[in-house]
Design a protein around this ligand. Structure first.
Ligand code: CMX
Length: 434
């Protein structure tokens, strides 16, 4: 058996027993009071999920299995000493709870390169049947669903299997899916933006480096950026829309492809992953309407205030949980300051950072006026020549697979049941007050 699967069994059995014991022995224990406000404003702060891959602190930001992003940069295996950690490493960490060795990361990289080879031709036919100007997220999500013909979970389920074993074909499907996503993403990118001139995968490259390569960008610096991008977008606890949707659909024992496609449909919303594309539209409109490539802070402030006055959101700012600058924003800014401090878009991002938090705070209602991950990611990619904004959410999705699909494997290792919260009509809520 694959040694990672054996490791999972060893780690998971006592934990799954603990979950069963908690439900059996302490199922009636009240763990939290929930307010009307919480339920009616998106269930913020309501503990309704169990996720072990990462934890989000409002002040500090994300920790992956207890490790902050700076700690990951120090501890996870890298291609080069001064480079960025390999996303294979954060996947291993989220899956097993342990920092991987160089060999573990190499093993995963090789597994993914091997599994990437089996994409059936109908997946490409389905993509080609869509108009070229269909948004890349439409093409991406359609391709994910088309790949579900390969689902090992569904096949095993039809044959019949013990509930305790659900996680095993889920793991196989997840590994296949993650392996294939960079190929699908690059295929869509080259189809839409490069006249369909596709570039073959190079199996000797790492997962993120290969994605950059297949997109047609082979500089070492861009590979480093892609590794960083894939690392930091991979997971953000269990309650964000893409993770929660994947988990919810997965709780019906839908196969990993269906479950992940559900998450990606959520990621395509402008308040979630599509914000990275919208930030670029906002920046460019700002420059156009001000009539300058180098707007001043006063001009940016007036433009941001105008956006608010019109009842619109400033993309890339605010967060449902975070209450400080997103460390995923900061680590990208550090990267930009190291490699391309003078890039015009980075200067603009810095200027906006000086101004927009004040504008949002002045509204008196925005709970977090600070930048999130999306406030800079597009500016970085654009500065490196990936200036086709609609592909940004697809790249976010490729990375997000690492976290939400690991969560799905763990849902099945824990043996979590179908999710079914109670809903009530408006009168019920009014009656609570009366
Ligand atoms: N610009 C303008 N108004 C904003 C705002 C922003 N960036 N962020 C929040 N607000 C507004 C909300 O729309 C809300 O207004 P109303 O009371 O009139 O409805 C009010 O401030 C309170 O909202 P909140 O509690 O601070 O924020 P929410 O938890 O409801 O929403 C988020 C969080 C991210 C959806 C919101 O901050 C937003 O719309 N940001 C811009 C879009 C964005 O960058 N999304 C990406 C998030 C990260 C990711 O998932 O990738």
């Amino acid at each position: 058996m694959d040694y990672i699967k054996q490791k999972l069994i060893d780690v998971a059995i006592p934990k799954a027993n603990k979950v069963r014991e908690l439900v059996k022995e302490h199922g009636d224990k009240v763990i939290q009071e929930v307010t009307m406000g919480q339920v009616l404003t998106g269930m913020k702060g309501v503990v309704g999920l169990m996720t072990c891959t990462s934890k989000l602190d409002p002040e500090e930001g994300i920790r992956f299995r207890g490790y902050s992003i700076p700690e990951l940069k120090e501890k996870l295996p890298k291609m080069h000493d001064d480079g960025e950690p390999l996303p294979e490493g954060v996947f291993y960490l989220m899956l097993t709870g342990e920092i991987p060795s160089d060999d573990d990361v190499k093993y995963i990289s090789e597994q993914w390169a091997l599994r990437a080879q089996g994409i059936p031709t109908h997946v490409y036919d389905v993509i080609e049947a869509l108009p070229k100007d269909a948004h890349p997220m439409i093409q991406f999500n359609t391709a994910i669903l088309a790949m579900s013909t390969e689902s090992q979970f569904r096949k095993a389920y039809l044959v019949g299997m013990d509930k305790k074993d659900y996680w095993d074909p889920t793991y196989e499907g997840v590994m296949d899916l993650i392996a294939r996503l960079p190929i699908i993403a690059a295929y869509i990118y080259r189809r839409v933006f490069h006249q369909g001139r596709h570039i073959q995968a190079d199996p000797s490259l790492d997962w993120a480096g290969n994605l950059a390569h297949m997109m047609g960008h082979d500089s070492e610096e861009l590979r480093r950026l892609m590794r960083l991008y894939m690392l930091i977008h991979s997971d953000h606890e269990g309650g964000n829309v893409s993770a929660h949707a994947t988990h919810l659909v997965g709780s019906a024992l839908s196969n990993p492809y269906y479950s992940f496609a559900a998450g990606m449909n959520g990621l395509a919303g402008p308040l979630h992953g599509m914000a990275n594309q919208d930030v670029m539209h906002w920046l460019n409109k700002l420059k156009r309407e001000i009539g300058s490539e180098d707007p001043s802070e006063e001009q940016i402030k007036a433009y941001a205030e105008d956006t608010i006055r019109k009842g619109r959101v400033i993309p890339g700012y605010g967060h449902a949980v975070l209450r400080k600058t997103d460390p995923r924003f900061q680590v990208q800014l550090d990267f930009a300051n190291k490699y391309i401090p003078d890039a015009p878009y980075i200067k603009l991002v810095n200027r906006i950072y000086n101004v927009v938090p004040g504008v949002l705070t002045a509204t008196g209602k925005v709970k977090n006026p600070w930048p999130n991950v999306d406030a800079i990611s597009g500016s970085l990619l654009t500065s490196y020549g990936i200036a086709e904004y609609p592909i940004y959410t697809v790249l976010f999705g490729v990375s997000r697979a690492l976290g939400v699909l690991t969560q799905l494997i763990w849902d099945r290792l824990y043996g979590l049941p179908i999710e079914r919260p109670k809903s009530q009509n408006l009168q019920w809520f009014i009656d609570q007050v009366d």
